[in-house]
Write a protein that binds this ligand. Sequence first.
Ligand SMILES: *[C@@H]1O[C@H](CO)[C@@H](O)[C@H](O)[C@H]1NC(C)=O
Ligand SMILES: *[C@@H]1O[C@H](CO)[C@@H](O)[C@H](O)[C@H]1NC(C)=O
Length: 305
Amino acid sequence: MRSHLLLTVSLLGTTTAYTDIRHKRFMIKNIDPIVHPGLYKSHMHSFFGSDAVTKDLPTTAQLQQGCPSGENPNDLSVYWIPTLYYVRGENDYVEVNPGMFSTYYENIDKAEIPYPQDFFAVAGNASAKTQADANENFTGLTWWCENGPEDRQSRNRALMPRVTCSGNIQTILRFPDCVQPTNIKNYAYSANNGNRCPSNMKRIPQLRFSVRYNVRSLIPQGWNGTPPLKLACGNIGEGYCFHGDFINGWFDDAQKNLLKATSRNTWVRVDGARGQGKAGNGGCQTRDGDPNGGTSDYLKSLGMM
Ligand SMILES: *[C@@H]1O[C@H](CO)[C@@H](O)[C@H](O)[C@H]1NC(C)=O
Ligand SMILES: *[C@@H]1O[C@H](CO)[C@@H](O)[C@H](O)[C@H]1NC(C)=O
């Protein structure tokens, strides 16, 4: 009886439905349509997903006119993160293009509603300077060496590794999983509210970014101590300011399929009218919809801020 109960409890605790989608980085630019709409004055961001994004905040319908850089033709969302640089020397910044950028949608079976039309959210704190600012308890933000060595016990977990990674350097970041349907700018983390959504909110799938950077090939000599890596938002070797932005571009029929996942599923593929969930983008070419606006040059971007 007792072991039966324990089994049930552990299944409830661990079995949740999720999916993942890989995306290529299609643009870097000094724009942020959520935080600085209409302006070319942001720190540098790397963009993934629908290429219909420009400096102006897009709607879901506008994103759906674009070409996705990801593998699911039903997901025209746009995602962005601060650009990571290898600081090779004085005023010498080399972009570190993530070898793998994955968006996980987790706890799908717990979601009460799909992402509302035009929903957008920001996760993390672009001005964070300390471990406390990183709010790991609900953002999950940490940096580590994907294949070791593991040094998180001897440093703040949102700093970058102080040892040379044998493979990729990886970071993760979780997004809010509750939204107020009548005011979609109001969103929150259930993990910051006793694992429940506030009473005026509904549960949505929880987005998590997972980014893997191949620093081994870019910095073969490695490092010992502070790594020569800098996010566009922060100081050398610090991962505190890592943040993520998401604007919903999912087609509704695919979101309906997404929400069919139950706790008996673990990984699910999210298909829709535009193809199966791993079908690729149908061969469209991503492009910059505003090629003459803004800059992708790090030093120029500093002058424009
Ligand atoms: C974000 O970081 C800044 C800078 O340290 C801090 O003042 C602010 O309280 C942080 N915001 C949140 C929501 O933690
Ligand atoms: C984070 O969670 C741990 C474990 O539940 C708790 O001890 C700690 O106080 C929390 N930290 C903050 C800043 O809430």
